[in-house]
Ligand binder design. Structure first.
Ligand code: UDP
Length: 349
């Protein structure tokens, strides 16, 4: 791939892996990140893992005072398109501060749209989420399943998807001005680059299962709380579709290739999942095997808003992108553990 790609949120957990994959495929990247939940050290390590054309602009896409700078920098970079990952992503926080979530997530997207319009680079891969689906769909969940996000965070993803669809429709018949957009609906990204140099480094107490397990395994936390063992699942705990972050990253590169092709639609929703589910107990057992550490846990009440079981129908990604998840749950745990044990305090280690 000889492309020039803007990566918003490129210093974050998923973004750093996306950058490594794009650079490895021969692309040049301009990362735009305000480092609100990321570290400049990640940018340095991306360059270490995948030397090549990497530039970094520390700006906030949601800050009107940074808008001009961003539009100018994007135009100067002469991009072919963007991967848009910048945004706030903590479900609990979004319930407490919905206005901030809408302002930041939607505002950042609008600035990026304007910058891409100005640069005449109307190709975008958007970081969406399986949280856009409702909780009553039969598994596996395909892209045409009912949408009904359960919290403000999920609704920002949904609203942005809809906004991008309106945008794609508005210019669909204008020669040379048409957008090509892929909404990638992530299931549960986990793991880390196999080098152990980049990985997830959450602020404060992790909300998600894998970073929590990893911090228990490394001794930063005493025990895991398993949120419910009385769901109608095979062992009573919640079942999710965990996907290795490197597989997920490859999906972005494949989506950009697809959008650059002659047959690409103006806008498309695509699940990125492994297509099978693991329970919390199964994930804990796999992490224990990979780390050779004890993972003390207690069973706690169900967490508000959680559903019993969800996993992807990943056939569309296979058909359109020629992409499928390849790494196993044992790879996810081994790589997550390598990162956590080599960087017990994350990038501050
Ligand atoms: N979970 C848990 N303990 C935790 C965090 C998560 O038992 O400390 C469970 C949660 O109830 C769900 C699964 O692990 O069944 C995945 O949760 P996560 O927050 O990682 O992802 P999401 O709920 O967004 O799918």
């Amino acid at each position: 791939m000889t492309k020039r790609i803007i990566v918003t949120g490129g210093a974050g957990y998923i973004g750093s892996h996306v950058c490594v994959d794009l650079l490895g495929a021969g692309a040049s990247v301009l990362i735009i990140d305000n480092l609100s939940n990321a570290h400049e050290e990640a940018v340095r390590r991306i360059g270490e893992l995948a030397p090549g054309g990497i530039e970094f602009l520390r700006r906030d896409l949601a800050d009107p005072a940074h808008r001009r700078d961003i539009i100018d920098a994007v135009a100067a970079f002469r991009p072919d398109g963007a991967v848009h990952l910048a945004g706030l992503k903590a479900v609990g926080e979004s319930v407490a501060e919905p206005a901030r979530y809408y302002r930041v997530n939607i505002g950042a997207t609008l600035t990026l749209i304007d910058a891409l319009e100005a640069a005449q680079a109307r190709t975008m891969v958007f970081s969406s989420s399986a949280t856009v689906y409702g909780d009553a769909n039969p598994n596996p969940v395909g892209e045409d399943a009912a949408t009904a996000p359960a919290n403000p965070y999920g609704r920002t993803k949904y609203v942005i998807e809809e906004m991008l669809k309106d945008l794609a429709r508005s210019k669909a018949s204008e020669p040379g001005a048409a957008w090509r957009i892929a909404n990638l609906r992530y299931f549960n990204p986990v793991g880390a680059h196999p080098s152990g140099r980049i990985g997830e480094d959450p602020n404060g107490v992790p909300n998600n299962l894998f970073p929590f397990i990893a911090q228990v395994a490394v001794g930063r936390r005493d025990r895991l709380s398993i949120f419910g063992d009385d769901y109608p699942t095979r062992d009573g705990s919640g079942v999710r579709d965990y996907i290795h972050v490197c597989d997920l990253a490859r999906g972005h590169t494949a989506a950009l290739d697809y959008l650059g092709g002659a047959a690409a639609p103006h806008v498309v929703d695509i699940n990125l999942g492994a297509g099978r589910g693991y329970s919390v107990f199964e994930a804990v057992a796999a992490f224990k095997r990979a780390s050779n550490r004890d993972i003390p846990y207690m069973v706690a009440p169900r967490r508000d808003g959680d559903i019993a079981e969800i996993y992807a129908n990943a056939e569309r990604a296979q058909r359109l992108l020629g992409w499928r998840a390849e790494k196993t749950i044992d790879d996810m745990c081994a790589d997550h553990w390598r990162w956590q044990s080599a960087n017990p305090e994350g990038y501050r280690s």
